[in-house]
Design a protein around this ligand. Structure first.
Ligand SMILES: NC(=O)C1=CN([C@@H]2O[C@H](COP(=O)(O)OP(=O)(O)OC[C@H]3O[C@@H](n4cnc5c(N)ncnc54)[C@H](O)[C@@H]3O)[C@@H](O)[C@H]2O)[C@@H](O)CC1
Ligand SMILES: [K+]
Length: 488
């Protein structure tokens, strides 16, 4: 099953479905015990618990209650805890009593020399940026990467919106985020602000959330094993045609780069056959002799899916080609220049019944949608996909792939080395090869994004890369993912 993420409203539904567990305080006890367990493990890993120094920043709601209860557990284990209450009169009463009983200190400011700070300012009830008091406390801390305390956020880094993942300014930047039962949208959408996310089981389930067709977009992500399992593997009876032939229309004699990268990626991603159509045919074949190339659509053999657009121009000829391809009932991936043409002629794709995958970056998305992506990327991509009834892959550090029902698969690249010229052409080639192999467009896009991100990571290892390096690492990336199946 893909990993499901919930918005704040859905989290509250899932909590409410536990009845007595919520009202009797059991959920909070479990949640705070989970926070304490993660922190104790971290302290033990870095030298032990006794005498270690932990600060706790406590807001006005239950998030602060979690932090105080966790502080009580830590204090009993000999950890020297100091809490700052941002709104003393509203601090969670039960949590405060437990914390005081365990010997926890309360002060107006955090002391120097802390090992770790618990961010219990706000969780799913938070709105907007950190308010002044909390902002001042966190501003005084030395960042963890410069030797300052580790920051552990309870549920969410405060100042990060649970539903949209918008990282307000200021917001907490966590080393670790401990959440409860089911991850929230922000744990994927704002992954860089969350650090490592630990999901503690408190006995709630996403299954308890009532689905509502008009509700907010549903966000999930694939596990590595799911990506590996969907990757096409030739069976004993397969031949070069039966695994899916992908046709690539990209680049030109003058600008062959996009043609080479997109076609090379298609060659590398699956063992099906790759055709190329365009004026860069000679350059493509000189790089990849296995590609069957033609100069025009009239000369090309059959394919099971098309990739069209990268570096393919935006003139009348490009429009004619797009009209021809999108008029078939084959799966088509449209990228780059192709998207510029589609933005002018949405009728080419809107409501198309054959699988259609559009792969814009933010600028191309704005041209397609007629408005900037804005802060709420999840809603924006789901809106365009449902409005046009196509699958839309919005590129970025967090890639979002929305299907025509508004369900979204997200992928955190885990780094941004893939933000380099030509990397998008590689993504198109990978996703197009998966379409040709018969994967539905959302799965093709999300699986391609995962392999692309892993390839960037493998190629980079902390140093800048070009798209050719990324392409060269696609095969090891697929191998790594497939290895997770035998490892599991
Ligand atoms: N309901 C439950 O049984 C459970 C709740 N849990 C915790 O409870 C949290 C939700 O608690 P609440 O609904 O009380 O909400 P929060 O504690 O997330 O925040 C609400 C409070 O913060 C204030 N606030 C909002 N935005 C702010 C900002 N930008 N700066 C400063 N203050 C701000 C609000 O005025 C309100 O007083 C979860 O995130 C989780 O940590 C967990 O203990 C699991 C069980
Ligand atoms: K928090």
């Amino acid at each position: 099953m893909p990993i499901r993420y919930l918005d704040a409203e859905a989290v509250r539904q899932a909590e409410a479905a536990t009845g007595d567990l919520l009202t009797g305080g059991t959920l909070m006890r479990r949640a705070s015990a989970g926070v304490a367990a993660v922190i104790l493990r971290e302290l033990r890993r870095t030298g032990g618990c006794y005498g270690r120094r932990v600060g706790i920043v406590v807001g006005a709601g239950d998030n602060g209650g979690d932090a105080l209860h966790a502080g009580a557990v830590l204090a009993r284990r000999g950890v020297a805890c100091t809490a700052v209450l941002l709104a003393p009169e509203k601090a969670h009463q039960g949590g405060l009593a437990a914390y005081r009983n365990a010997g926890g200190r309360i002060d107006d400011a955090l002391p120097e020399g802390l090992d770790l700070v618990i961010d219990g300012v706000v969780g799913i009830g938070g709105r907007g940026p950190l308010r002044q008091g909390a902002a001042a406390v966190f501003a005084r801390l030395t960042p963890a990467e410069s030797g300052g305390p580790l920051i552990v956020s309870v549920d969410l880094p405060s100042g990060v919106d649970a539903d949209t993942g918008v990282v307000h300014d200021p917001a907490v930047r966590a080393s670790i985020t401990v959440t409860f039962g089911v991850p929230r949208n922000a744990h994927l959408l704002a992954a860089p602000a969350c650090g490592r996310v630990e999901v503690v089981d408190i006995g709630i389930s996403a299954d308890a959330v009532t689905s509502n067709a008009d509700a907010a977009p549903r966000l999930s992500s694939l596990t590595d094993a799911e990506v590996a399992r969907c990757w096409p593997v030739p069976s004993p009876s397969d031949d070069k045609y039966s695994q899916g032939v992908v046709g690539v229309i990209a680049g030109s004699a003058r600008y062959p780069g996009a043609a080479i990268l997109a076609t090379g990626a298609a060659v590398t991603a699956t063992s099906g056959m790759t055709r190329y159509v365009g004026t860069a045919a000679d350059e493509v074949v000189s790089h990849y002799p296995e590609v069957v190339a033609a100069r025009t659509l009239d000369d090309v053999g059959r394919v099971q899916a098309w990739v069209v657009g990268p570096g393919a121009g935006t003139d009348d000829d490009a429009l004619t080609v797009l009209r021809a391809l999108l008029g078939t009932d084959l799966p088509v991936l449209v990228d780059a220049d192709g998207l510029t043409v589609v933005a002018e002629h949405p009728e080419l794709v809107v409501g198309r019944t054959a699988p259609t995958l559009l792969t814009p970056h933010a600028g191309e998305f704005a041209r397609l949608a007629g408005a900037e992506v804005g802060a709420d990327r999840l809603q924006a991509v789901a809106d365009l996909a449902t409005r046009w009834r196509v699958t839309v892959l919005l590129k970025g550090r967090i890639t979002l792939v929305a299907d025509p029902t508004g369900a979204v698969l997200g992928n955190d690249a885990g780094g941004s080395w893939a933000a380099t010229a030509g990397a998008g052409d590689v993504l198109s080639g990978i996703a197009g090869a998966l379409l040709a192999a018969g994967l539905p467009p959302q799965l093709a896009g999300a699986a391609a994004a995962r392999v692309h991100a892993h390839a960037a990571d493998l190629a980079s290892r902390g140093a800048p890369i070009g798209a050719s390096n990324l392409l060269g690492a696609v095969r090891p990336a697929i191998r790594d993912l497939r290895d997770t199946l035998s490892a599991g």
